[in-house]
Design a protein around this ligand. Sequence first.
Ligand code: TXE
Length: 482
Amino acid sequence: MADKYLKNYINGALIPAESGEYLDNYNPSTGKVYSYIPDSDETDIKNAVDAAEKAFPIWSKMGLEKRFRILNRIADVIEQNMDEFAKAESRDNGKPLSMARNVDIPRAQANFRFFATAILHFSSESHHMEGEAINFTLRQPLGIVGCISPWNLPLYLFTWKIAPALAAGNCVVAKPSEMTPMTAFMLAKACKEAGLPPGVLNIVHGLGGKAGQAIIEHPKVKAISFTGGTETGKKIAQIAAPMFKKLSLELGGKNPNIIFEDCDFDQMMVDTLRSSFSNSGQICLCGSRIYVQRSIYEKFRDELVKRTQFLKVGDPFSSISDLGALVSQQHLDKVLSYVNLAEVEGGTVLCGGTKIEMDGELEGGYYMRPAVIEGLPNNCRTNQEEIFGPVVTIQPFDTEEESIELANGTQFGLSSTVWTQDISKANRVAEKLQAGIVWINCWLLRDLRTPFGGAKSSGVGREGGLEALRFFTEPKNVCIKY
Ligand code: TXE
């Protein structure tokens, strides 16, 4: 099979790492190695940056209309190969094929389409000084930028960064997670097919501490857009900040769901099950701390446990699987260790939290039963640290004030969800929540024009819509006296 050995995409060519070394790529549903990734280092990154530097004058001066056409064509190619992309994503990550088909890949093509068209409408401000002068803001591309993405929503998050960077006229050196490189490799082929000029986008595979870090350290990379763990974000900031690079960091979450007694109970249950266990809880926006008003706490608990036990964990390729495999053995071990920790901290595991041993082909896969835990204080580690798996804790509260205090009681501040039919209460609570995103009576409803990102330790900067185009451009004020 030609595609067993993935290639870097540098200067328009698909090539191995200069070292000739490869890393194993596992299929999480079977636990077996099924392909190999270039183990790139700073030499490959240097080559990618050199190619990007050469391409920049052409790409940045090409004109919006032409950039729009090429990026839109990349979206077309992804769309035309939707099924192949979805299967690859499911195999590489362990997520249900249905999710890759309905969420990940449609969104990846939408990212290209959205930013291809957004750049046509992007404009800047002017400021008039009456009788004296006019200022206008020139927004110019930064040059070469770095995009680094995680494994949980591989192509979805990779393109969420690359598309606005390219639309704004930058050239990009990008690295997908070493755990889920396959669809990034396929994107490289899609870019070739769509006629993206060589060097405009360079995709380099490899380890975070090696290839990833070389992107951060390279002096010609002017900005970094990163999504991943909070600890990695800290490391990146330590290197990039003294070099005065622009930084957008989308980091971890420990998101609260606040459920008031006056909510639409049925709708809330449907969405709470989704916000708890979609993608096996491996979405930074999943709600993992669930606070329920005491009068409906028991009803909620019993219903959540019943519905959670009903979820089918199994072969990602089977249409009846609600949850697939977790991304890696190491991650499965980490998530299971948090279930043990919860018990040590005095929690009661109401359901799940154990490894599932599969038979046949799936024997070595990384499967676990989704867990619901109660009886833990807010300040314990289980409620404070990001688990990033199919594990939620539930806790009762009495008053609106108490719910806000509990929700805000962690270092994180990515998203939050509020369930109530009282519009005044919903607005009061939304105003006080320390989070970049508040969903009221819904979850993961996304308009790509809105600002996206976190407060506190969940990150710095915002992605999405105009925020992304502003991030990837340098504002220059021009003042003209008359
Ligand atoms: O993320 P990492 P991992 C959280 C989640 C998870 C934890 C670790 O809690 O358990 O982070 O996951 C690259 N310089 N989230 O290990 O290590 C790396 O190669 C430059 C939350 O996957 O942060 C990958 O491409 N790059 C999250 C990317 O950074 C480096 C989604 C993310 O890897 C690097 C995923 C370095 N020194 C995990 N070290 C979310 N909020 O969506 C690593 N990388």
